[in-house]
Design a protein around this ligand. Structure first.
Ligand SMILES: [Mn+2]
Length: 347
């Protein structure tokens, strides 16, 4: 069922004292999904006195290592299950399809109640009647949606208590919280460049600053701190740029070999498309990233056409302007299939 009033979510969290709450996000956890998971973790633990876990099967990405994740219980589903066999509440962030979570889908069968917080366009056929959905495709990030809930919760008592006593240890998580929500916004607006950055976005950032956010302490490690081999690797990827026959679709690719030669990991794929974002003379941008031998992740960008429809066709999902999907197979034939399909949809 769809949640209309976000106070219902505060009620759900308020009844979570001492309960096992699992938090998860989508495959290839990013600066929105994972940072929001951390932010929710801090709140559930410190404000609602719950027993939260972040469940993800991929390893924690280095590009988010400036966030305080070491104090959080982050575990794979396999390890989690050795300890615990029942989940009171599962919160799925930045994703609403069961088969897109970054963990074993068996997690849903261990769970009493499922709450989804997401800002992707709702795929109704993948929604379950007995799950709680808070979905808003106008929201800039899942992190901002979480903040809408948290700012109305009893966290405000903690903040005023902090104002009374700066030594109050209970509020030290707030700094970690604001860093995470800000990261989610930076991630999904591409540092306030995207058209989704609106009045609410800036009002929330202003509030985060009131709550203790120091913006440069997040922006610099998140966007700028890279090794020189990273830039060499980017150069190699950009040198693969090619155009389709009518010059309106640009595509480029990254292989596992390029990563290895430049001492990079899969994390270096993150935010790759920002390098071609400003190209004004193409209508669609396509990036092919090799994740495993013959497993390709394809990202789509366009200001003119609905990319989520194209991603859905190939079993993926996303936003109108930015979406993605995966295909297994030989690169040349995948590229041909994908470009041909896009051509058929935009002509
Ligand atoms: Mn997001």
């Amino acid at each position: 069922m769809l949640i209309k009033n976000i106070l219902e979510i505060d009620d759900i969290f308020n009844s979570s004292k001492g309960k096992v709450i699992a938090i998860t996000t989508h495959v290839n956890p990013d600066g929105d999904g994972l940072a929001t998971a951390l932010a929710l973790y801090y709140c559930l633990k410190n404000v609602y006195s719950a027993n939260p876990y972040i469940i993800m099967d991929s390893s924690y990405p280095t590009f988010l290592d400036f966030l305080n994740y070491k104090d959080c219980k982050i575990t794979s589903f396999m390890k989690f299950k050795e300890e615990i066999n029942k989940i009171d509440l599962l919160v799925v962030l930045d994703c609403h399809e069961e088969d897109r979570v970054d963990t074993d889908t068996k997690i849903f069968s261990l769970t009493e109640k499922v709450l989804v917080i997401d800002h992707h366009i709702a795929k109704e056929d993948s929604m379950k009647e007995n799950y709680f959905y808070y979905i808003d495709s106008d929201a800039v990030s899942a992190g901002l949606m979480l903040h809408r809930i948290i700012r109305k919760s009893k966290i405000t008592n903690y903040i005023s208590r902090q104002a009374e006593s700066s030594k109050n240890q209970n509020t030290s998580f707030l700094k970690d919280y604001v860093d995470c929500i800000y990261t989610s916004i930076l991630n999904d607006t591409d540092n306030f460049v995207n058209s989704n950055a609106k009045k609410e976005t800036f009002l929330v950032v202003a509030e985060l600053i009131e709550w203790g956010l120091e913006t440069h302490k997040v922006v610099n490690p998140f966007l700028n701190r890279k090794s020189i081999l990273y830039y060499k690797y980017i150069g190699e990827v950009l040198s693969t740029i090619s155009l389709n026959d009518n010059m309106k679709i640009v595509s480029y690719y990254s292989t596992l070999k390029m990563l290895k030669n430049n001492n990079q990991t899969l994390d270096s794929y993150s935010k790759m498309m920002r390098w071609t974002k400003g190209a004004f003379d193409v209508d669609v941008q396509v990036l092919f990233q090799e994740h495993e031998n013959n497993l390709w992740k394809i990202s789509l960008r366009s200001d003119l056409y609905d990319m989520s429809k194209i991603a859905h066709h190939f079993g993926g999902g996303g936003h109108i302007k930015a979406s993605g999907f995966q295909i297994i197979g030989n690169f040349e034939s995948i590229k041909q299939t994908v470009i041909k399909y896009i051509e058929s949809q935009i002509s």
